[in-house]
Write a protein that binds this ligand. Sequence first.
Ligand SMILES: CC(C)(COP(=O)(O)OP(=O)(O)OC[C@H]1O[C@@H](n2cnc3c(N)ncnc32)[C@H](O)[C@@H]1OP(=O)(O)O)[C@@H](O)C(=O)NCCC(=O)NCCS
Length: 179
Amino acid sequence: MRTERLVLRPWRTEDLAAFRIINADREVMALMPSTLDDDQSDAQGLRIMDGIATRGWGLWAVEAPGIAPFLGYVGLNEPAQPMPFQVDGKPVVELAWRLSRQHWGQGYASEAAAACLDFAFATLDQDEVVAYTVPHNTRSRGVMKRIGMVRDLDGDFDHPILEPGHPLRHHVLYRKRRP
Ligand SMILES: CC(C)(COP(=O)(O)OP(=O)(O)OC[C@H]1O[C@@H](n2cnc3c(N)ncnc32)[C@H](O)[C@@H]1OP(=O)(O)O)[C@@H](O)C(=O)NCCC(=O)NCCS
């Protein structure tokens, strides 16, 4: 997919090296359970590549032609485990993003995410798409708001893969219905 400034594309093998740097960056990963070492990063990147190859969509590699070949990923995902919220009778499709620190603050995540929303409604025929994060991830929540997602005030939940008491367990939920 193309947007004004970006290309969202399947990953290339060489993206994995840039992904390692992103996943090792403490600032990028500050609100994740931990940074990832090279093996963990490669495994995650290969899973994402496999997902796109299998479904034809997923967490796309974001390229800014003339600026950088790999900014990180923005895209759509099916949660790996049942989530404690409903999405209008269809499998849950969530938006997710992770960009390198040097490419924050330029609207790239929001530009890419808006294109992914359009794809979810037009091509995947989703009636609704969700996104969620920890309450203090203001940058991620900023993307959600910028693309027109609205917080479900009754939708806060504890992430099922994190143990009780984990500081990142509590999440806020945003929704966007098909226009
Ligand atoms: C979440 C994340 C992708 C958001 O990055 P971001 O740079 O804040 O978001 P955008 O790319 O949409 O950029 C928005 C910013 O660019 C500014 N901007 C500049 N030019 C812009 C343009 N043309 N269009 C829109 N915004 C623009 C906006 O004003 C905003 O600035 P602000 O930070 O001062 O409010 C990034 O912080 C990240 O990768 N975080 C780590 C991973 C993570 O937490 N992922 C989410 C897990 S749930």
